[in-house]
Ligand binder design. Sequence first.
Ligand SMILES: CSCCC(=O)C(=O)COP(=O)(O)O
Ligand SMILES: [Mg+2]
Length: 261
Amino acid sequence: MVVLSVPPEVSVILLDIEGTTTPIAFVKDTLFSYIRENIRDYLLTHWGEEECQQDVNLLRKQAEADSHLDGVVPIPSQSEFGADDMERMIQAVVDNVYWQMSLDRKTPALKQLQGHIWRTAFAAGTVKAEFFEDVVPAIRKWRQAGMKVYIYSSGSVEAQKLLFGYSTEGNILELFDGHFDTKIGHKIESESYRRIAASIGCSPNNILFLTDVTREAHAAEEADVHVAVVVRPGNAGLTDDEKSYFNLITSFSELFLPAAS
Ligand SMILES: CSCCC(=O)C(=O)COP(=O)(O)O
Ligand SMILES: [Mg+2]
């Protein structure tokens, strides 16, 4: 088995979700399909609620910022359509969300609404999160060795808590010291990793970030965070240069913590 030694200064492990703890297929085939199948009913049921209107306002602002992009679907304001035209408004939101999802956008507006739509599915047990089999045992071991473990995902913190709260392994939220989403900054910007270190109260080089996305790995590394790229079934392939440049692991069990051995 390949073993990657964790540098002795590392005291925090920061984890991506999709492609790292959780198969991309689960996110795309189960979570994203649930959104496509249920968004219309969700909007019809919750339209009058303040939270839903806040989500719509955020999507509208995002659509305005996206106005230069091909295929963008604008979301008119209530006054443009008339107060009674809820159906047309909902159609615009559905079309906008479908468009964003077709491009796998990671905008906070999309991620916030998705988190709210998943709430019922997770709470009712319709959806249970899946993890690669090495994930939970490794995190328990790291914690026993004194490591702190955080999540940094494009999925909203609210959605992350659903994922780890309602999973095939039960509620495992207690395994995490905290959660970050793109409110702290984009995952491909190095400043985000400096902010995460500051928020945790450590130096960037006390952190080891595990992700499947090399642009995120580069950004973290630029901030002086240690990185390993996680190679899982179903993840995007890496170039030969990426394979030779980054530390690669195919399972969390390949991480060797000097203190835990
Ligand atoms: C409950 S998080 C759902 C996954 C998701 O929406 C997502 O965008 C995951 O992105 P990541 O940054 O974890 O690769
Ligand atoms: Mg990922």
